[in-house]
Design a protein around this ligand. Structure first.
Ligand code: NAD
Length: 490
């Protein structure tokens, strides 16, 4: 680490587990290394929790729950609001930290601080708005009272691709609802969560309300926590296969679950679309986060009469993209998260080409330190290619032509995933038809990025269960009680 500002910032990140309001080493002093994917260098060594450390975190969350649940909503809201303000004040630090551990360009990391911070502000506002109902039953014999209660201690598992936003999107609604949490960030990018936990402490979150365990023994630690009879809820963001495994583990305890899983977003371009807007939207939908987003456009399904022009224009744009370390000025494409991600991009492109597609730009890993892959456009992708079925999770734009609207719908829905779709058309009626016909939980109609703290984020089909953000988000952490009392006049 040569840059003094980076070294100074990294030194401020706690290296322990955060359990019951204390920062402490892992059992036996075990540690894990965190690397900068743009250089491969170890940038920080932190605690590597054991199963018993996980149990200690669960103990702390269970112990803190009754008093946090009883804390007035306004007080919980104000703590979240303070956290929002602190995050704004530390925006540059948090952004740089994300770039260092995950690789995204600094400008995008700053954008994530804004997006991730909005969950703190949004749920600070929602906390005081949880309401019940009171009314007569239809028979007139009684009064029905419906109230909302925090579900209890929650286990939150987050992925590496949005280290801040995936944490705030879960922690903020949980705390707003009155739940306590154990958070397990991805071991590839745990530093942002550790830094954020310290910030929450400063904002006044009481001991035991938020606990953080970082670990390389993910499966063992998680299985034990998920099997703990005191746990009431599991919220997971990550890949569909891991989500399926966790749902099985959650079944014996009949846990409430929220699952934000993988995607395979179609980006449908009709010939009546405004191609300037399409190209802007395509670049954002594909290359944000170096293509490593669950919402990343995976399949560009483009009407045949405009596919040539679309391919030419995106190829031109992609050729000008700057690759490099996320901290360098003007960089748009940082490293992929690890070697496996590069190998996956390579394999998907090779398979598409072998089945008849052509690469119009890019198509290779970049030599040297770090795990870089060139931004790539693959045209004329043929049916049956792996790239149409699997999540690419890299900077590869794959194009498939179509003829009719029915063909577009069939191609777009031809996946087990259903997270998000993008549609470009200047026809209102066609846009409305697509809203009704595409099997996704979210849609960008003439826009390439849909995420917003005020919106219900989540998928259909194998992309998940539940919603994060919006008015819905807090209900994932609340349970309903209905009480009947006699008619007081009878
Ligand atoms: P992943 O499933 O490998 O890991 C996600 C988290 O689960 C990490 O914290 C990891 O340590 C943990 N994990 C892995 N194996 C586990 C196990 N056996 N038991 C318990 N925990 C385990 O996913 P990833 O590679 O970190 O993230 C990329 C995936 O996440 C992509 O599929 C992407 O689409 C998805 N994602 C979805 C959303 C969404 O909101 N739908 C958002 C971001 C990412």
């Amino acid at each position: 680490m040569t840059d003094p500002r980076e070294a100074e910032l990294l030194a401020t990140v706690p290296d322990g587990l955060f359990v019951g309001g204390q920062w402490r080493p892992a059992e036996g002093g075990k540690t894990l290394d965190v690397r900068d994917p743009s250089t491969g260098e170890v940038i920080r060594t932190i605690a590597d929790a054991s199963v018993s450390d996980g149990v200690a975190a669960m103990d702390a969350a269970a112990e803190a729950f009754p008093s946090w649940a009883a804390t007035p909503a306004r007080e919980r809201a104000e703590i979240l609001r303070r956290a929002f303000d602190l995050l704004q004040a530390r925006k540059e630090d948090v952004a740089l930290l994300m770039t260092l551990e995950m690789g995204k360009p600094l400008a995008e990391a700053r954008g994530e601080v804004v997006y991730g911070g909005e969950f703190l502000r949004w749920f600070s506002e929602e906390a005081a708005h949880v309401q019940g109902r009171y009314g007569a039953n239809p028979e007139g014999t009684g009064r029905m009272i419906v109230t909302q209660h925090p579900v209890g201690p929650c286990y939150l598992i987050t992925p590496w691709n949005f280290p801040l936003a995936m944490a705030t999107r879960k922690i903020a609604p949980a705390l707003a609802a009155g739940c306590t949490v154990v958070v397990k960030p991805a071991s590839l990018t745990p530093l942002t969560t550790l830094y954020f936990a310290k910030l929450l402490e400063e904002a006044g979150v009481p001991a035991g309300v938020v606990n953080v365990v970082t670990t390389n023994s993910t499966a063992a630690v998680s299985e034990r926590i998920i099997g703990d009879p005191r746990l009431r809820k599991l919220s997971f963001t990550g890949s569909t296969p891991v989500g399926q495994k966790l749902l099985q583990q959650a079944a014996p305890g009949v846990l409430r679950t929220s699952m934000e899983l993988g995607g395979n977003a179609p980006f449908v371009v009709f010939d009546d679309a405004d191609l300037d807007k399409v190209v802007e939207g395509a670049m954002a939908a594909k290359f944000r986060n170096i293509g490593q987003a669950c919402t990343a456009a995976n399949r560009f399904i483009v009407q045949r009469s405009v596919v040539g022009e679309f391919t030419r224009r995106v190829t031109e744009r992609v050729k000008t993209m700057r690759i490099g370390r996320g901290t360098d000025d003007g960089v748009q494409i940082g490293p992929l998260i690890d070697d496996r991600a590069v190998a996956k991009a390579e394999a998907l492109v090779a398979d598409a080409v072998q089945r008849g597609a052509s690469v119009t730009t890019g198509g290779s890993p970049v030599d040297g330190p770090g795990t870089f892959y060139e931004p790539t456009v693959v045209a004329d992708v043929q049916a049956g290619s792996d790239i149409l079925r699997e999540e690419i999770f890299g900077p590869v734009l794959a194009i498939v032509p179509f003829d009719t609207e029915d063909d577009a719908v069939r191609l777009a829905n031809d996946t087990e995933y259903g997270l998000v779709s993008y549609v470009y058309t200047e026809s209102l009626a066609r846009g409305q038809r697509m809203i009704e016909r595409l099997e996704t939980g979210m849609m960008g109609l003439n826009v390439g990025v849909v995420s917003n703290a005020a919106a219900p984020f989540g998928g259909w089909k194998m992309s998940g269960l539940g919603r994060e953000g919006g008015a819905e988000g807090i209900h994932e952490y609340l349970q309903t009680k209905y009480t009947l009392t006699p008619n007081p006049f009878a």
